[in-house]
Ligand binder design. Structure first.
Ligand SMILES: Cc1cc2nc3c(=O)[nH]c(=O)nc-3n(C[C@H](O)[C@H](O)[C@H](O)COP(=O)(O)O)c2cc1C
Length: 370
């Protein structure tokens, strides 16, 4: 059976179109709109700490705002990176030096205290209480899809998700990662090309040996490797038009995953920044790890440029992912200066965003050639 027909049937959706999970951008209502239009909405829940008992309420709240006919029509998305070592004093000091050259009010930098980690799914699955809390939440909602970025959980956890009837998806950025995911019985692979917005989900290769494959090269390599026998293949990155969607579906993709094309809609939490795209000066994007500790594609604002410049002048060890990101988030809250220190994650094609379009019009454009 054609891969996209097979997947849309399994998911009970009309179009092979997945809304990319986008932490800090999506609300439940935004995602529900995409599901109600025939795609599959997603709810990023990487910020919920399942070692904490109130995580159940947090998820309940998000799901209660997800107003669709069948609430199991959803992709719940987790980060699944390796636990990050605590930052050293030297790395914290380096971080402060880095930002002192960017933020004119040095006092703001000195007031940052929040060098705490973000918890990964890998920490939930090794904590008995957290895993049982998480599985009972999943049992309650029975999401059609649970997806992972930055790696995957243990085989035993994947088997538990399968026992609940959940399809497990994960991101890959290379053929090696796709082959690895298939060995662990991952049902759907998000093939994230280098042009994609947001954090790069690589988990096997470091940045220095990353081949930086485009979405199309990655898709063709992985498709030709599996020859139609492997998992569902879902390209993601730079997909912003019906003809591109048609190309992937006609050539064997089970669905596509789209993020950046939706950033300008008024329901997006970052829409104020993207509402001027097309009317203001075009900026490039860059892949940077300075803000969060992992590489992510973001718009090159004066803030990002200043940070890159500062790091060049004073390279040194910085706190790891999570610690670095949380410190930045605290700094962003404290900063009252004129410099916009927003971290606007977006793909290479962000400049083709038309902020006047509604979610419905974007879905229509993406699916018009199917
Ligand atoms: C603003 C933004 C936030 C993102 N956050 C997540 C996330 O929380 N989880 C995830 O798996 N992927 C995340 N991604 C990556 C997307 O899943 C996807 O790979 C990417 O959006 C596809 O490329 P495109 O942005 O060019 O459409 C994010 C992407 C963007 C643009």
């Amino acid at each position: 059976m054609n891969a996209s027909i097979n997947l849309t049937k399994r998911l009970g959706i009309k179009y092979p179109l997945l809304l990319a999970p986008m932490a800090g951008v999506l609300t439940s209502a935004f995602s529900a709109t995409v599901t109600n239009l025939g795609g599959l909405g997603s709810i990023p829940i990487s910020h919920i700490d399942f070692t904490n008992a109130n995580s159940i309420d947090q998820l309940d709240k998000l799901m209660s705002k997800y107003q669709v006919r069948d609430r199991s029509s959803v992709n719940l998305n987790f980060f699944c990176h390796e636990p990050v070592p605590e930052p050293t004093e030297v790395s914290i000091d380096n971080w402060k030096q880095l930002y002192r050259r960017v933020i004119s009010d040095e006092d703001v930098v000195d007031r940052v205290r929040l060098f705490t980690p973000s918890k990964s799914f890998k920490e939930f699955e090794t904590d008995e209480a957290a895993l049982s809390r998480l599985l009972s939440c999943l049992d309650k909602f029975r999401p059609k899809v649970v997806s992972f970025h930055f790696g995957i959980p243990a085989s035993s956890t994947i088997a538990k998700l399968h026992d609940l009837g959940i399809l497990v998806f994960a991101s890959a950025t290379s053929l090696d990662e796709a082959v690895y995911l298939h060995k662990f019985e991952i049902d759907g692979i998000i093939l994230q090309g280098f042009e994609a917005g947001g954090h790069r989900g690589n988990f096997l290769s470091d940045a220095d040996v990353d081949e930086k494959l485009s979405t199309q090269s990655l898709f063709v390599q992985v498709r030709d490797h599996f020859k139609g026998e492997g998992p569902f293949l879902i390209p993601a990155g730079g997909i912003d038009d019906g003809a591109i969607v048609k190309y992937y579906i006609d050539n064997g993709a089970a669905a596509v995953q789209v993020g950046t094309a939706f950033l300008g809609v008024r329901e997006s939490l970052t829409s104020p920044f993207f509402s001027n795209v097309g009317r203001s000066e075009r900026r490039n994007t860059a892949m940077v790890d300075l803000v969060s500790g992992k590489f992510a594609r973001t718009v090159r604002t004066p803030f990002i440029d200043a940070l890159i410049d500062s790091a060049k002048k004073f390279p040194g060890e910085l706190p790891g992912y999570g610690y670095r990101y949380n410190a930045y988030k605290e700094l962003r809250g404290l900063n009252k200066g004129e410099l916009d220190v927003g971290f606007y994650l977006a793909g290479q094609n962000y400049y083709s965003i038309n902020p006047d379009l509604s979610i419905e019009e974007i879905v229509k454009n993406l699916t018009k050639d199917l």
